[in-house]
Design a protein around this ligand. Sequence first.
Ligand code: 26V
Length: 828
Amino acid sequence: MAAPTDISPAAYIPLPQQDEEITTLRRALVAKLTYAVGKDPITASEHDWFMATALTVRDRIVDRWFPSTRAIYQEKRKRVYYLSLEFLIGRLLADSLNNLGITNQMRDALRELGVSLERLEAIEPDAALGNGGLGRLAACYMESMASLAVAAHGYGIRYDHGLFRQTINDGWQGEVPENWLASGNPWEFERPEVLVSIGFGGTVEAVEQADGQDTYAWHPAETVEAQAYDTPVVGWRGRHVNTLRLWSARAPDPLKLDAFNRGDHVAALASQAQAAMITQVLYPSDETPAGEELRLRQEYFFSSAALQDIIRRHMRQHDGEIRSLAEHVAIQLNDTHPAIAIPELMRLLVDVHQLPWDEAWDIAVATFSYTNHTLLPEALEHWPVALMERLLPRHMQIIYLINAKHLERLKASGRVSDEQMGEVSLIEESHGRQVRMGWLSFVGSHKVNGVSALHTDLMKTTVFSAFHKIYPDRIVNKTNGVTFRRWLMEANPGLTDLMVDVVGPKILHDAETLGEFAAFADDAGVHERFWAVRKERKAALAALTWEKLHIRLDPEAMFDVQIKRQHEYKRQLLNILQTIALYDQMRAQPHRNWTPQVKIFAGKAAASYHNAKLIIKLINDVARTVNADPTLHGLLKVVFLPNYNVSLAEQIIPASDLSEQISTAGMEASGTGNMKLALNGALTIGTLDGANVEIKEHVGDDNIFIFGLTAAEVQASRAEGLKTAEIVAGSPMLQQVLDQVRSGVFSPDQPDLYKPLVDGLMDHDHFLVLTDFDAYCARQADVRDRWRDKTGWMRSAILNTSHMGFFSSDRAIREYAEDIWNVPVTKR
Ligand code: 26V
């Protein structure tokens, strides 16, 4: 094997003159610091340097932005619009430098100025405008669309406050507002001139036309202005730059001067406060069924702003011809959150542009497509008809009309019985009349997709089965993907360098070529370097754990990680119960040759999700007990790392040996953390759920640890009714663990604290924790045995990385482009 050379990704861009580039960058940095930040290098703080650096990088992105935009305009290319209430972007400095290919030059330029690039990267706030998987997927897709030169715009909300910061006090989660904009956002351009009016409430007027037909005019009672903020999204090697346009709410008339002059200062500013409320905070969407009016306002606010903007751009570019909209525009609805865009487009086409209804409907269906991200019934959006009538009266009328035509068509087809009509109606009549946003999204889209093969099958057979029968070609699968630029190259430069060394720089450009790394699965030299890279990342995570929690970790131990939102269906509880069982076994047989293991947890629970928060407390209580037990000699450690976010994920993932993907089968639509972990060489222990099924197919049965009931078995076992007492009686280990938790072994100050948790398991065990417990423990034992065979483990780890090419978001975006949007992408 060749000796390691200078192989960091940035070294592969043929830049004319490295020295010249460094000098140019250094001069640009000083100029930015001086004239844009207004600071003298002598007194500049680290944050000042961060701003100067980001602004310098942004200039380079802008240089490529305008040619990209001009080319799309001139070629009249079809555009993709990705509408999402969430974009979980994370930090952008390292990402932008990497994509531009100037990481090393920037590091050197800063060093010459006495500044550390790594420290600047670490102080960038993490833009958390999303909750979890759905929001992060939107961010990965924005990056891939830019890298593949798909002409795309993201549309969303510029929340003043993104997802809360999680604190852990005495094991309990606390929530603190996150103020990511407090010190300014260097990546965005404020567009005070891009304003769109958004109406709410009011009345609808029917106006009779000369031909006797009525047209409708909506007179909103209230208007709010949407102001645009644009963030350029740079693709790989800066070849293409797209725009993420986020909207912020303003009052059209922020200061009522007459009220102010009367001395009523509160009233004078009230309209601004009221309007601004709409974009103040991100809804923790997996908290409560989103029944709040403010959430509906957010959804309509950004959907309407996006559509008005899209139509304005289309009309300007295509000679004012609204009829050609679907030829030039594809709109992807990221879950049902922007589904109100469907009646909004109908309103704009019919009421404003005066198109006949049927023609408008054909345009709408040809324009929209919808991605479903969860089948959990409690997560499917419904809006009360009464609320819709009050807030969006014209849209409610349009929904009624869409529904009438939809039901009429079904009746005429003779394929749906009268009883079935109620099930497929867009209006749910039994729970106080609600609009079913999933059904609306389905009928208003030409394609509807699931996010893994299993999830798509379940869409067809469960939630959307009636619709699938009527429209058998509409549901398609688009298995999720993640951007390898962020999740491999930036998060794990050591592993990237190693693969570039042995396979060549092509792996940087084409994820599929990762497969060639498999040829080195038995290469002793590669093993040695692979292990060294992992060990270095694990030592870094151990240092972080020491710094944050004062817990010492041994980088030689197996790092077993479960990092994701805290939710009962994801079964962190199963993991911690198994941890207790292992703890018991270790204490019972202290002289056995145990595998040193670290259980790492991280993830936020929704603020009002009581059980999820109680499970976090249990994890922390078990951690305290286990970590303080001297009889274990440090063989088992448990840590809960607070405030999981994109940047923490980037630190944990390359240091992970074992990836926990243990959701109740059928409940995790796809998962994307599973992909990031396997890509970085972690082996998966998991159920046959979501994308785990496809990961298994790609990495091979020998390189993954599968256990537990399948989705079909889960359905059958639920139908049969669980016999929890029998299950527990059949497993002495489980019995012992439950007794310990129930009796307060881990919560001596509050012995009854976990009683409700155990009683809940015994009573219904909706997520089948008890059913899968023994199988999970057995698989964990297999994992420990496999870890002892270092060579075998490494072979499996290398094969995991090698076979993850399919899970690149570039592949996913190519599929969307071909099968759904009908737009060209750059060849590999
Ligand atoms: C929402 C809600 C709302 C009400 C209470 C329960 C509940 C539970 C889950 C959710 C999830 C909302 C959608 C979401 O984030 N889905 C995730 O999307 C990812 C990207 O497709 C996918 O990988 C995850 O499996 C899926 O959970």
